[in-house]
Every structure is written in structure tokens, then in C-alpha cells.
Design a protein around this ligand. Sequence first.
Ligand code: ADP
Ligand code: MG
Length: 239
Amino acid sequence: MDNALIEISDMRKIYNPGENEVRALDGVNLTICEKEFVAIIGHSGSGKSTLMNMLGCLDVPTSGTYRLHGLDVSDMEDDELSEVRNREIGFIFQGFNLIQNLTAVENVTLPLIYRGVGRKEREELALKALEKVGLAHRLDHKPAQMSGGQQQRVAIARAIAQAPPIILADEPTGNLDSNSTNEIMQILRELHSEGRTVILITHDNEIAEKADRVIQISDGKIVSDTKQDSDLERKQENE
Ligand SMILES: Nc1ncnc2c1ncn2[C@@H]1O[C@H](COP(=O)(O)OP(=O)(O)O)[C@@H](O)[C@H]1O
Ligand SMILES: [Mg+2]
């Protein structure tokens, strides 16, 4: 495939090798192309977060290969891996992972400081990202002063500030009510329609149906991989 973004071949991740070993990923083969909107679905303990850690270059597999944008990342050293991660991927987590004593704009700016972005550019990027998620009026609010949905929007702003090509979201709506869930899904769809690759990990079938492709994982193996007409479903939803 010429626009393959992610190519995973026979990937295994074994925790606690030996008697009590856990085969969290057990021979995963997966190709994801640029600009896809993919949901990865499975029950608790099926290996979703482990797969996300691999996809996101947060951890390396026990065996198998992972090519990201044509680069073999499966046996990169930590510093190389973090460079790829910073350049390619914006992360969104279930628990938002915001810093409680920083404001919204400070939370979005912090990773940019670590990446050596100058002050003026940092502020511009953070403001633009917070505007994009509809929080331009909440710049100086701290997490405790915002709803769960707003906190997740700050986390999304943090993830997209430097416009990474890939958005990787692990149960992003797991802690949210249905209104906030819809808001977050709407933002993910927008990011996808702007040309980003969105990978959404969830145990919730209803959420997964919003994606264009659903990959089901069970006991560390891919058990189904289906394309679906989510546009049609969206139209029906709006009727
Ligand atoms: N750091 C770890 N050490 C040992 N076992 C782990 C670790 N992380 C996950 N596991 C195990 O690997 C399996 C897959 O876990 P996980 O990827 O978190 O699944 P999911 O996100 O689908 O709930 C589970 O059996 C889990 O207990
Ligand atoms: Mg998980």
C-alpha cells in the first residue's frame, strides 16, 4: 500500500515472561493508511492499551516489527523514539492527564516548552489550539474549575497544538457524560476531516461506530476488521 502510515507485522508483547507470562499482544498484523479514522475495540484486558502504547511509541514490542512512516521504530532507542513520538503523535487519554495547578493555556503550553518552542510561538499555538476546541474563553481556568468535557478539550488542544499527523486517543470519552462525549467525538471527526489520521481506542461499540473502520481485538489478537459507512450513519443520526 503506497500511503501506508502504520505497518505492524507479527507483533507480540509479553509481560512477565516465564511462568506467569501475559501475552497482551499475540501476533498482531495491522496496516493503517494516512487519513484513516479507525476505532480499536475490545473488552477490558483484551490488549487495547498495550496496542496503543506500541502504536504511540510509548513502549516497544517483545517481538515483531513496527514501521511508522516507513521508519522501523520497533527497536529504536528511547531518545530516538521520543523524537518520533513528539513529531508524529498527539495523545488523548481517558483521565485527561492535565496538571491541576496549571491553567488551561499553561497546560497546553507546557509540552511546547519541553520541545524548545519559543515563547511567542508557544502562546500563538496554544491559543489557536484552545480556540479550535471552543475554549478561547477559558484560558485562565484550572482543571478543577472546568467540567470533564472541557478538561478533555484542553487535553485535545494540548495534543494538537503542534499539528501532529496522528491522533491517538485511549478511551477519550470513558469518563464523560453523553453530551460531552458527543462534543469530543465531533472534535475528533473535525480533526479527521482536516486530514489527520485518528485512532480511537474504546470498549464502547456505539462510539466505535463513528469511525470509518473498526478493528476488534480479543486476547491480544485481531479478530475482525471492518470498514463501515459512518457518513451514512451520521446522516441518519441527524434526521
Ligand atoms: N505492565 C503490565 N504488566 C503485566 N501485565 C500487564 C501490564 N499491562 C497490561 N497487562 C495485562 O495485559 C493484558 C492486556 O491489558 P491492556 O492492554 O491494558 O488491556 P485493555 O486496555 O484492553 O483493558 C491484561 O491481561 C493485563 O492485565
Ligand atoms: Mg485500556
